[in-house]
Write a protein that binds this ligand. Structure first.
Ligand code: NAD
Length: 540
């Protein structure tokens, strides 16, 4: 593994020595005016701030104003007022703004990528996935608004006399609670269908990555969404997140399974709906007929994208006996050739973890596995020479159930290799545990792999790809089975979750009661004959 120079300073960022301990004001990574313009968007009156530092080099980035309970109440009041007017706008109007957002995000990608890299420490190529995902989401929903939201005719009970149609009514104000790992797209992507369906949003992004989320809010306004339609509040999830759950008409949560259970309980208390995009311990299967080189390339992206801090990245790799040695040789060689670095430019294959907490978890999982007998084929060490939270991409062999990383999500650049002889056994092992988010299968026989996919208990399965084939196909639903989630983002499920379906039935001539002097018994007889006739006629 080679290292690129740890010198991240560059465009449009302030120059200066990065020695925050001694002179914090001299070492800000971003221009103070730029940060101020972003943080002004937070509804916060407490006067308190929380400092955020860059994982790249520890330089301070911003002091984030903290919201109070009253601020959350005010955010919902503003959002509700804006939503009433917004719900009366046409779908054409909303779609046009959505498509402008698409262009804006692509045009402003340098600024977006710089901010994401400073704030999260990820490699620039992994940061690029974020504006790309927003552009894909904006284009998809902008172009399919009518398909999802138009009033639809349904079968009336009496042909010709009962007309039924279903409206899609916006829920109102949606609360979006998002994590730090993809700070731009996770803060925005689920909100786009909410807005398109006529809702307002109150967003509570993760405390570590507020700036990327705020840039997203700014771009929404620049694209043409009304200012008050998207409110941002800031503060610890246990306090501000709980307040958001207390006020919202629906909650979209992305984060850990442990927090997701608390969110679900809060929503149940208020009888509001929620979608939960949670953790995973995702399996990849390399079958005996896989293209080994292609699988090794895919395994690198599957395991080390965003330093493994990706909900759909792989942490368990099951490889068929017949190709095991060849695959492992290629996978290790490709991993060893990766460039690690703390720079804003495009040269790095992997960046930093986001925080000391993340580093501690990764070190704990690897040390525990090694102490209990696992072999490190590659990586295995922190890299303080590159930055405070760097850890090498790590491949483990010989991981057993008593090791923490066997079943617990590491959410870092650590993958365990397992050999298998029998595909049924591999699928059973892949299905082991409580998670069910994403899986990947490599095989030259697409039909066979698709057959096998049906047996894998995961919400998405990617064949001959790590996660992009499903994640970037916005027309298809994305989410987890079992403890990996509830509900789906993307596709029609991803927008219908933000609507109430309302059935409107109009009855002509016939009443649903005895008519023309009929007794109840005669009415029952007529209806029974009618039911039999409808079945004979093949009506649903
Ligand atoms: P987390 O659950 O700690 O935090 C996520 C968000 O919830 C943050 O905004 C946090 O402030 C907020 N929060 C924390 N406690 C809360 C509470 N009691 N009430 C309301 N909100 C609260 O998750 P994390 O560690 O920041 O993120 C990593 C996890 O997210 C991993 O498990 C990862 O797999 C998962 N994730 C899943 C997806 C997906 O699409 N399935 C995507 C990204 C991340």
């Amino acid at each position: 593994m080679s290292a690129s120079t740890p010198d991240p300073t560059g465009r449009p960022l302030a120059e200066g020595p990065h020695d925050p301990e001694h002179d914090p004001t001299a070492s800000y990574a971003l221009e103070p005016e730029y940060v101020e313009a972003l943080t002004r968007r937070i509804l916060a009156t407490s006067g308190e701030t929380a400092e955020v530092r860059s994982p790249i080099n520890g330089a301070p980035l911003a002091h984030i104003p903290q919201s109070t309970e009253d601020d959350v109440v005010e955010a919902f009041a503003r959002a509700r007022r804006a939503q009433e007017a917004w719900a009366r706008t046409s779908l054409e109007h909303r779609s046009a703004i959505m498509l402008r957002l698409h262009d804006l995000v692509l045009d402003r990608q340098d600024e977006i990528l710089d901010l994401i890299v400073w704030e999260s420490g990820k490699a620039r190529k992994h940061a690029f996935d974020e504006p790309m995902h927003i552009a894909l989401t904006a284009r998809y929903y902008g172009r399919t608004a009518h398909e999802h939201l138009d009033t639809k005719r349904k079968l009336g009970v009496v042909p010709g006399l009962t007309r039924v149609e279903v409206n899609r009514v916006p829920k109102g104000v949606v609360g979006i609670i998002s994590p730090w790992n993809y700070p731009f797209t996770m803060a925005l992507c689920d909100g786009l269908p909410a807005l398109l369906a006529g809702n307002a949003v109150v967003a509570k992004p993760d405390a570590q990555t507020m700036l990327s989320a705020l840039l997203g809010a700014q771009l929404l306004e620049e694209a043409g969404f009304p200012k008050d339609l998207w409110q941002v509040v800031a503060g610890p999830g246990s306090r501000v997140g709980t307040s958001v759950i207390g006020k919202a008409d629906y909650i979209c949560f992305t984060g850990s399974t442990a927090t997701g259970k608390k969110v679900a309980a809060g929503c149940a208390e208020r009888l509001i709906g929620c979608s939960l995009e949670l953790g995973g311990k995702n399996p990849m299967l390399v079958l005996r007929d896989a293209d080994v080189e292609r699988a090794a390339e895919g395994a690198v992206r599957a395991s080390f994208s965003n330093a493994g801090q990706l909900c759909v990245s792989m942490e368990r790799l099951f490889v068929a006996d017949q190709v095991y040695d060849r695959f492992v040789e290629r996978f290790v060689a490709r991993t060893e050739a990766m460039t690690l670095g703390a720079t804003l430019d495009w040269g790095n294959d992997m960046g930093s973890l986001i925080s000391q907490d993340q580093l501690d978890t990764v070190v704990r999982h690897v040390d525990d596995a090694v102490a209990k007998g696992a072999r490190v084929l590659c990586g295995g060490k922190a890299r303080p020479d590159l930055g405070p939270f760097y850890f090498e991409p790590t491949i483990l062999e010989g991981v057993t159930p008593e090791m923490t990383c066997f079943g617990e999500e590491t959410f870092g650049p650590v993958i365990s290799l397992y050999r298998f002889h029998d595909e049924a056994d591999a699928v059973a092992r892949a299905n082991d545990g409580e998670y069910g988010l994403n899986a990947s299968i490599y095989s030259r026989d697409g039909a066979r792999a698709r057959d096998l996919a049906r047996q894998v208990k995961c919400g998405t399965v990617n064949i001959n790809e790590a996660f992009g084939a499903t994640f970037a196909s916005i027309d298809s639903p994305m989410g987890g089975m079992r403890e990996s989630g509830m509900g789906r983002r993307q596709g029609s499920e991803g927008i219908h979750r933000y609507t109430e379906s309302q059935s409107v039935g109009t009855q002509r001539l016939l009443r649903f009661a005895p008519m023309l002097g009929m007794s109840d018994e005669q009415y029952a007889g007529v209806m029974t004959a009618n039911l039999r006739l409808m079945k004979k006629l093949g009506r649903a």
